[in-house]
Design a protein around this ligand. Sequence first.
Ligand SMILES: NC(=O)c1ccc[n+]([C@@H]2O[C@H](COP(=O)([O-])OP(=O)(O)OC[C@H]3O[C@@H](n4cnc5c(N)ncnc54)[C@H](OP(=O)(O)O)[C@@H]3O)[C@@H](O)[C@H]2O)c1
Length: 259
Amino acid sequence: MSSQTYLSDLFSLDGRVAVVTGGSSGIGRSITEALARAGASVVVVARTETSLKATVDELAEHGCRAAWVSADLATRDGIRAGAEEAARAFGEPDILVNCAGVNLRPPMGELTDEEWDTTMTVNLEAPHLLGQRFGPGMADRGFGRIIHISSQQAHRAFVQSGAYGVSKGALESLARSQAEAWSPYGVTCNTLVPGFVMTPLNTRLSSDPEKVAALAERTLIGRNGLAEDFAGAAVFLASRASSYVTGQAIFVDGGFSVH
Ligand SMILES: NC(=O)c1ccc[n+]([C@@H]2O[C@H](COP(=O)([O-])OP(=O)(O)OC[C@H]3O[C@@H](n4cnc5c(N)ncnc54)[C@H](OP(=O)(O)O)[C@@H]3O)[C@@H](O)[C@H]2O)c1
């Protein structure tokens, strides 16, 4: 067996269908490209049509199969409508990546009900409802992969963790609950935990060179994360190679969390 065939047996996503929320920017965009270039047909879900189109056009240039759905994951109706439309593009998904996220971080005492609700709906309820929509079908078919993106704030409070940290802590618990429910049927559910990654999500912090340097110093590798750092971990968790990995939080953070 050639090394290509061996690697393909482990990691190829040929014939798989993936839905990636937040796949039009930052970490999600990198994961979308990775899954598509590994063979999956990918449906990208977010709100802004221009960035959705740009993502899908770029994937087409790589010869990938991709489609987009504009949906607002900050409302239950938006989540449900987005899920149905996503399933119409290439059929029911084998892989669900919940990467869409909001980062509203006022001081705890100033946190409004609206900020709490939006944070909980986009960061936690959307992953739950999309899991409810797609998880049982994956279990019936005997294969599925659910991948969430959480945060350091799921594990420790710093830089005004607030509602964001609460949503991400619960997201990791959601992964464990989903893993308990569906792993016996071939559906693994895991979380990727980033460190600090320069993306549009954290423009305010990224524009402060001293804070950016201080965060890089907290890693063991000596630099902050790049969106492309998530490509390999996402393909691994989406592929056959990870079939005995479930309910886990896997840190892709340059060692940020280990000291
Ligand atoms: N960057 C970091 O340092 C870091 C660290 C830890 C965890 N994370 C997590 O990683 C994930 C991706 O973050 P990122 O840094 O790559 O962010 P990003 O570049 O800002 O991308 C966020 C994505 O989510 C989509 N989105 C936001 N609100 C939405 C809504 N209401 N409905 C539908 N889609 C929505 C955005 O598209 P539209 O705006 O067009 O809707 C975009 O595609 C998030 O869950 C974040 O919490 C990031």
